[in-house]
Ligand binder design. Structure first.
Ligand code: UDP
Length: 256
């Protein structure tokens, strides 16, 4: 339990996962923190991120610096159930992004979009303006820049309540963690390739794929170069099984 905010957190291989009950619950928690201007760094945790973090201490440290970790993947939700005995729903980063935009529109919160190519950023911004006519989209910047300070200056000058950073993982998380003190927005979240989907430059997985939580297989088929990232998923499954087996073995076979 996170005593400050009453949101329970569990850990899978040292990686925290926030036990949101639903998208609505996640949105309510985020809005409550924005209301009191509590700086909140949210990231999406999938099986591959957990696996990479176990092999890379600096990545684990970075992930643990975030305040909220949504359970982005059936594999992660299954691991929570098997290892921690908790049943929690999957909260995907992309869906949470859309839920937060709807909430921002309803609550008159200001949103800044950072990341993606200049074309994708512009198209996504335009499409979101059309989709959410009352949303305060207060600025955007593409994700290809050499100097951080001018970009942070542009973000802060727009006074956003929510900053979405779409520069791919873990680049976006590294960027947010490095600059979180300098960024005035209370809420920051990495959203990967979401702006490419919104702009139409990339396709969202079909509904049945999303329903079954097999987006990683779909993305692997669409972009085989991603095998490096998603090829680690079977390893994750083995590690979960090993974690389940090891305590039992130690009970069954007491040390002599
Ligand atoms: N990107 C960026 N700046 C960079 C590298 C990548 O803005 O220096 C953008 C890229 O244009 C794309 C997104 O980050 O829009 C990465 O998308 P991807 O689907 O690879 O991210 P994932 O969701 O897999 O983390």
């Amino acid at each position: 339990m996170n005593p400050a905010y009453g949101i329970e957190t569990v850990e899978v291989m040292g990686v925290p996962i926030t036990c949101f009950r639903s998208y609505q619950h996640a949105v309510e928690c985020i809005l409550a923190r924005i209301e009191v201007n509590e700086k909140t760094f949210c990231l999406a945790v999938g099986p591959e991120k957990i696996c990479f973090a176990t092999a890379d201490k600096s990545l684990l440290h970075l992930i643990r610096q975030a305040d909220m970790h949504c359970c982005d993947g059936v594999g992660a939700a299954l691991a929570v159930r098997l290892l921690r005995g908790r049943t929690i729903p999957r909260i995907t980063g992309v869906q949470l992004f859309h839920e937060l935009l709807a909430a921002a529109e309803a609550e008159a919160l200001r949103v800044f979009l950072l990341g993606a190519t200049p074309r994708s950023s512009e198209l996504a911004y335009g499409r979101l303006q059309q989709r959410h006519p009352n949303l305060h989209l207060v600025g955007r910047h593409d994700g290809y820049f050499d100097e951080d300070e001018p970009v942070i200056g542009q973000v802060n000058a727009a006074h956003p309540d929510m900053l979405f950073v779409a520069m791919g993982s873990p680049k976006q998380e590294i960027w947010i963690a490095k600059h979180r003190d300098a960024i005035a927005a209370p809420f920051c979240m990495g959203v990967g390739g979401t702006l490419d989907v919104v702009s139409g430059q990339a396709k969202w997985a079909p509904r049945f794929v999303r329903r079954t939580g097999t987006e990683f297989l779909y993305r692997l088929l669409m972009e085989p170069r991603r095998w490096k990232r998603y090829g680690i998923v079977p390893e994750f499954a083995c590690r979960v099984l090993l974690e389940i087996a090891l305590p039992r073995r130690s009970q069954d076979e007491p040390l002599s």
